[in-house]
Design a protein around this ligand. Sequence first.
Ligand code: CP
Length: 313
Amino acid sequence: MLQKKDLVGLIDVTKAELTELLDVAAEMKVHLKAGEKNLSYLKGKTATILFYENSTRTRTSFELAAKYLGATVINIAAGSSSVAKGETLVDTGKTLDAQLNDFLIMRHPMGGAPYLLGKTVKASVLNAGDGMNEHPTQGLLDMLTMRETFGTLQGLKVAILGDIKHSRVAKSNLFGLKTMGADVYMYAPETLIPKGIDKLGAKLCKSKEEAIDNADVVMGLRIQLERQQAGNFPSLDEYAHFYGVTAKDLKRAKPNAIVMHPGPVNRGVELTGKVIDHDQSRIEEQVFSGIAVRMAALKLLNDYRNAKGVTNV
Ligand code: CP
């Protein structure tokens, strides 16, 4: 059983816990495909969604996941909350705890913010992305999508290309995939590779070919325009030429390889339009996996709360 009050990162999630999360997510997909969107695992529970950064996929899928499990869901946009009046994160957490929330789902620009919140509140905190640190449910939905395609994560070659340095998605994938026995290859301009990532288990590549050759999974990561303005690479065209994935590049991967991207995608930069819309692309399946994984995370954290008698009442 998941032995945690909070899900704030994959760095400390065990293989058994990851396997359980993925297994329960697979069961949730079966429910969703059968049109069962009125489950009762979280009946009587409240989830508050607190996003200090923009989102399309993560925010909506957490909201759908909590609602499909029967929870009452509240959305707080940080810009319209008392955060805008200077309330601290800890005080915001205490306020939400006093309102008897069971789950706080938070995206925050500062790495570590969900860890701080989790230590402050009795509610379970789910990290929906913290700065450049982690995005655990994105890592899980990526792993679920891969496991469904290949039946296992053990021994897969996963090539990740793009802005590794600023990517919380890359880090959660690296931690989760390494624990599950996959090999993670990374390729990016040197300015977009974080120092020490190889010590965490990533295999750094010297060329796009080295990364993609014989890969099972080719994953692009979003390039942020402000990174170019900061001088991390000369131009988007040049980036697309040297680091973007084309249909020709994809031919170097295994014949049954899949293409992934956490979104939002810059069409023609990280991946060409042809690759995004390719029959080997799993980008839309990733979005569907996102709801199932978030349902699984909420259910298993709730099971832990019930088993340990954790309550905010
Ligand atoms: N993948 C991801 O986190 O997308 P959003 O920013 O739209 O949530």
